[in-house]
Design a protein around this ligand. Structure first.
Ligand SMILES: [Zn+2]
Length: 558
């Protein structure tokens, strides 16, 4: 059985030799250190490197997760994490030791600043990270549970070029630890010597609550992603005239909406818990409005006529203390108020835009198009892989763009990667009747001349003949602006289509959305997709296991 190495053993014995520490407490610490093989390995390495030289028991200042002093290599542990008798570590102590292990690891990381220089994580950054957890009981409890369930296995830093509020690394093919990445400046206190520091304990608390929740959501999100990849592979292989991907996209985007909505609710609850410490009697909604945090505006708005009141966003039901439960109704409402916010390019007066992604010079995608860009890439990859010919032609791709909230321009500005075949891909936007032809262009790089730019369809650019006379009659009529002719051709086509998925069917149940899209301004932090979870022995035609598709990370608004 793995055991503490000599250096770690010295640190544990020193803990036991301190005044006020009982033999039971020393035994519990040893038990906690040995509770997880990977964690023990990490702690052993930290002890060997001199990063972990001792443990202390908190005396006067009681914290929730403990603290770490980088210079002395000493971590302090909350006395409340120990039990009065027994040698086995409580779950609480196991969680705290796990948190401290990844905090020590974080403390010795480096990051790249805006000038490209490597910088060491400072004691100030460590203290600010831990202070956020120690300031919010709900957040501390959430982290402890996430560490015990291995949803958070590291804290990392975003590169200087990244502009997200934070990202979460979920399941990966190679088993890279799951965890949270934070912007370095957001962990640094603004001082005369460091004017770029942006640490805001309230914002950090909200952001951490949001990102940790992604960990609890990860299994469900991962399953939805695999469902999407399986379903588009099946559709791409169907020998039909039209491949309508609206249902598959709706399922995938819906899973992203639910994931982000749950995360946002958790952020609210984490911040409320922090604010509650200083104001036990104030109403929760006003307490949150008093933080002046923009993130709160996804939930409530100030009531101009009543300074002590708050206007609740439609569909949300708060608990009497101001906390928000993860009920289906609250999750659905948060999806609308957070995930469905419009891109800055489409926001109407009074709407709060959100900007994420790789857009240039600044991010321009909202959540739907941030995640949707990757989904559209996967569809074309599945089409290429299946390479179906029906009646001598490639099937027409159909997408209910407006019903899904997708925008060709936002997707192209986000950077669309069409893979090996970078020619423009025609598709039919079925959200209008008659359907409108469009083209997706390769914009992920400059190889086709449109690096992260929208490519308007020029009048002379026509969809090439498909080889199917019915389809061609329809598309020609559309391209000629002959609405009446297009309707007639469309009717003939609809009657002729065989197979289980005639285009347009099933696309009408789209949630009502404004025409306005949202953009999110988060970097594309790409994750590897796991190959597992698809179903025992099930081989998916659309998934190339040698090159797993990389999904954008759950990124958060800055
Ligand atoms: Zn998120």
């Amino acid at each position: 059985m793995a055991a503490p190495n000599p250096q770690l053993e010295v640190a544990i014995r020193r803990f036991g030799a301190q005044a006020g520490v009982t033999p039971a407490q020393e035994a519990q610490l040893r038990s906690a250190v040995m509770a997880d093989v990977d964690r023990l390995q990490l702690l052993n390495a930290q002890a060997t490197a001199g990063q972990l030289r001792g443990f202390t028991l908190e005396a006067t200042a009681a914290t929730l997760i403990g603290t770490y002093d980088k210079r002395g290599g000493v971590t302090s542990l909350p006395a409340a994490s120990f039990t009065s008798t027994g040698v086995a570590a409580s779950a609480e102590l196991r969680a705290v030791v796990g948190i401290q292990a990844i905090s020590i690891q974080f403390a010795h990381r480096t990051w790249q600043d805006a000038a490209g220089q490597r910088q060491a994580v400072s004691q100030n950054m460590v203290e600010n990270l831990q202070a956020a957890f120690n300031g919010s009981p709900v957040l501390a409890t959430q982290l402890k549970e996430a560490v015990l369930q291995a949803h958070v296995e590291h804290f990392g830093l975003l590169d200087g070029s990244m502009t997200a509020g934070a990202t979460y690394d979920g399941s990966t093919l190679d088993g890279t630890p799951k965890g949270i990445n934070l912007p370095p400046l957001a962990l640094q206190t603004k001082t005369a010597a460091n004017s770029r520091g942006k640490y805001d304990p309230r914002d950090m608390t909200f952001v951490l609550g949001h990102e940790i929740q992604h960990g609890f959501n990860d299994a469900a999100k991962d399953a939805a992603t695999h469902r999407f990849l399986r379903d588009i592979a099946i559709q791409a292989s169907a020998r039909t005239t039209v491949h309508d991907y609206s249902d598959e996209l709706r399922g995938y985007l819906g899973a992203g909406r639910e994931d982000e909505a749950k995360a946002q609710i958790a952020g609210w609850n984490a911040l409320l818990s922090r604010e509650r410490q200083a104001a036990p009697d104030l109403g929760g909604l006003v307490l949150m409005l008093n933080t002046q945090s923009d993130r709160v505006l996804d939930f409530v708005q100030p009531d101009q006529r009543n300074p002590s009141g708050a206007i609740i966003k439609p569909g949300l039901t708060f608990n009497p203390d101001g906390s928000l439960s993860q009920t289906p109704a609250n999750i659905a409402a948060m999806g609308q108020h957070y995930f469905d916010r419009p891109s800055p390019l489409y926001a109407q007066p009074g709407e709060r835009p959100v900007a994420l992604g790789e857009g240039r010079p600044g991010p321009s995608a909202n959540y739907t198009n941030y995640y949707g860009t990757w989904a559209v890439e996967r569809i074309f990859a599945a089409e290429d892989r299946a390479n179906v010919s029906h009646r001598g032609a490639r099937p027409q791709i159909a997408i209910d763009m407006a019903g899904l909230g997708l925008k060709e321009d936002l997707i192209e500005m986000e950077g669309l990667d069409l893979g090996a075949d970078r020619r423009p891909r025609p598709y039919l936007d079925t959200s209008r009747t008659p359907a409108v032809p469009g083209h997706f262009h390769h914009t992920q790089d400059a190889s086709m001349g449109h690096d992260h730019q929208h490519v308007p369809v020029i009048a002379s650019e026509r969809i090439r003949p498909s080889g199917d006379p019915l389809v061609d009659a329809w598309i020609d009529a559309l391209q000629d602006g002959d609405d009446a002719g297009a309707r007639i051709a469309q009717g003939a086509l609809a009657r002729s289509i065989e197979g289980p998925r005639p285009w347009g069917a099933g696309a009408r149940a789209a949630p009502a959305r404004g025409d306005g899209e949202e953009q999110a301004g988060e970097p594309r932090w790409r994750q590897g997709m796991p190959a597992s979870g698809v179903g025992a022995g099930q081989e998916l035609p659309g998934i190339d296991r040698a090159q797993p598709p990389i999904e954008p990370a759950q990124a958060m608004e800055r």
